[in-house]
Design a protein around this ligand. Sequence first.
Ligand SMILES: Nc1ncnc2c1ncn2[C@@H]1O[C@H](COP(=O)(O)OP(=O)(O)OP(=O)(O)O)[C@@H](O)[C@H]1O
Ligand SMILES: [Mg+2]
Length: 262
Amino acid sequence: MAIPVIEIKKLTKIFETQKENVTALKNVDLTINKEEFVVLVGASGCGKTTLINTIAGFEKPTSGEVLLHGEPVTRIDPRCGMVFQQYALFDWKTVINNVDFGLKMKGMKFKERREIAQQYIDMVRLQGFENVYPAQLSGGMKQRVSLARALANNPEIMLLDEPFAALDAMTRQVLQEELIRIYRESQKTILFITHSIDEALLLSTRIAVMTSRPGSIKQFLDNDLPWPRDAAVQLLPRYLELKSAVWGTVQEEVMKTAGLLK
Ligand SMILES: Nc1ncnc2c1ncn2[C@@H]1O[C@H](COP(=O)(O)OP(=O)(O)OP(=O)(O)O)[C@@H](O)[C@H]1O
Ligand SMILES: [Mg+2]
């Protein structure tokens, strides 16, 4: 039976700035069940980051609510691991100190947390950069540190905001495969944002497409492509069916954002 982990009910978020009020989200309803891998796609500026930040407790709803395991989110929740679009590393800490920070906070002993941190640094292919500071890394490298930090904490819920956007194609494929492996081996519930429909189809169990701003959920469809997933799923007729369904909706909303459609 489906167990709801994240429940978003009539969520509206308005940013009040000196110049104007920006309605980023309007009446968003979305339920993500235990062990689902939901990928959220939508035009730039439609409110994806706002939505994920509100789930994680970094933003407060203007109205409506976000529940985690049935309880309203009132603070930054330690059950959620987050990879931010802007990496959000501790600039004054080295790579390995960034990655093992959460484990240190949990009180884990030095040797054990270093072993775990090293395992994820290896996984994101940053061996040799353990003692380097973020300022010395490229955008894609920072993104990988951020991913390693989130995974090292082994959270039950993972919120990933375009975690692979700054990566080259090869590294991106390797990390997609690693994330699929982690998802298949653990009982995690994942919400993942991307601009790539191919990435959405490769990773997800369900795909949510947002409208243009103010964002709400326009389409929520099951991704029934078979597991295990690798590049070969792209050859299946079902892949093209799903891709054109998602693409049609995204394109309509992107055109609205560009002012080409009403
Ligand atoms: N702190 C803020 N103050 C004012 N407006 C904001 C703030 N944060 C976001 N916005 C506005 O809210 C809207 C949604 O922004 P958000 O970052 O959630 O979009 P997004 O879907 O993540 O876009 P992208 O795909 O480009 O990352 C935008 O119009 C943005 O300008
Ligand atoms: Mg964003």
